[in-house]
Design a protein around this ligand. Structure first.
Ligand SMILES: [Zn+2]
Length: 132
């Protein structure tokens, strides 16, 4: 992927974040996954009054793609449009659960964080992750 393609995917993640259901945290997150054949699937976080049932944007996007038959992914972008700049990069990175999902479903994808120029691999995010 080139920088322009990464920016496009990050923009798709930002757009997805605008659809988030985050009445409790007020922390809207969007994700966009890019399949090997060029399809983009968006996802957003969906919260619940029973907090443990909240769904992250990354897992929402991956689930949507999987439901459509996608199995290979080249990139995943994440956008935390409400993140305070003081949080820095770590406040905008995928949580541990999403890293485990990425390892299972998109192990070769590169991870893009909207607003940051660095590109990460899934194995950088989750070294020695659980695999069967
Ligand atoms: Zn997560």
């Amino acid at each position: 992927m080139n920088d322009s393609e990464r920016e496009q995917l990050a923009a798709a993640a930002c757009t997805a974040a605008e659809g988030a259901y985050a009445p409790y945290s007020k922390f809207r997150v969007g994700a966009a996954v890019l399949t090997d054949d060029g399809q983009v699937f968006p996802g957003c976080n969906v919260e619940n009054a029973s907090y443990g049932l909240c769904l992250c944007a990354e897992r929402n996007a991956l689930s949507t793609a999987i439901a459509a038959g996608a199995r290979k992914f080249q990139a995943v972008a994440v956008a935390c449009i409400d993140a305070n700049a003081s949080l820095g990069l770590n406040g905008r990175m995928p949580c541990g659960a999403c890293r485990q999902w990425l390892l299972e479903l998109a192990p070769d994808a590169e991870l893009i964080v909207a607003g940051d120029t660095r590109v990460f691999t899934v194995r950088e995010l989750l070294p020695h992750g659980f695999e069967l």
